[in-house]
Write a protein that binds this ligand. Structure first.
Ligand code: 8X3
Length: 252
């Protein structure tokens, strides 16, 4: 039977690459994002290949999230796979200089948003005792680095929530929970982090081959195509040139 996947943050980067790859594999899609135009563009592109439904909501708004998910039409409400991908870094400053608005945005989106979406989707998975949740964490959730402070904290939270969900949902034998934690992936991530400073953003990925969103999409697809007794519980993926958050071989 064809599966239905719900992907947050699907209008760019890893989310978009995952949506495109899933579509090629005939997986039905519920695509979520904030940017309606981009969602519509993606829907137009992928609806020739698979069934697509789009939901635009602000993941920071608990009520909007729950209402949007509860409003899914019957033929899209049976979710088999949840990809908790929405998340971003806002600003990169030392703790004393960082903006509290940026901190709030990261905690609201990366942590609270993930909780709201999961909480709204879980009852459906529990009622059929079947489903797979992939949380997109980060190497920043495994290791704190200078000026990473609250971004790292938000991804450490994702790491903890991933483990907590796996423990608390263990009684439901048909539900799998796992995380994929990428290192440096060239997406709009750094544009957002540096608030549109393209030069600064570009520099992050210069002098080595960063991961591409498609590399992570393939790994996510691998995770969701394992047999039911196999769960990819926690996976860290870095470019070959990266050894840690701060050690990157740029050939110099
Ligand atoms: C993104 C990777 O190294 O910028 O989560 O924190 S990093």
């Amino acid at each position: 039977m064809r599966k239905t996947a719900f992907i947050t943050g699907s209008t760019s980067g890893i989310g978009k690459a995952t949506a495109e790859l899933f579509a090629k594999h005939n997986i039905r899609l519920v695509l979520c994002g904030r940017r309606k135009e981009r969602l519509e563009e993606l829907e137009l592109k992928l609806s020739g290949i698979t069934d697509v439904f789009t939901l635009d909501f602000d993941i920071r708004n608990k009520r909007e999230v729950i209402e949007a998910i509860n409003s899914l039409p019957d033929n899209f409400s049976n979710i088999d796979i949840l990809i908790n991908n929405a998340g971003n870094a806002h600003g990169m400053d030392t703790f004393d200089k960082a903006s509290m608005d940026d901190w709030e945005a990261m905690l609201d989106i990366n942590v609270k948003g993930l909780l709201y979406v999961t909480k709204a989707i879980l009852p459906g998975m529990i009622s059929k005792n079947s489903g797979q949740i992939i949380n997109i964490g980060s190497t920043a959730g495994k290791e704190v680095y200078p000026k990473g402070n609250v971004y790292c904290a938000s991804k450490y939270a994702v790491d903890a929530i991933n483990k907590a969900m796996r423990i608390d949902l263990n009684p439901f034998s048909g539900i799998r929970v796992g995380a994929v934690n990428p290192g440096l992936v060239e997406t709009e991530f750094s544009d957002v982090r540096f608030k549109g400073d393209k030069e600064k953003a570009k520099k992050v990925y210069q002098g080595f081959s960063p991961l591409k969103p498609e590399d992570i999409a393939e790994i996510i697809h691998f995770a969701i195509t394992r047999p039911p007794h196999v769960n990819i519980a926690d996976l860290v993926v870095m470019p070959s040139a990266q050894a840690s958050s701060t050690i990157i071989n740029k050939g110099t």
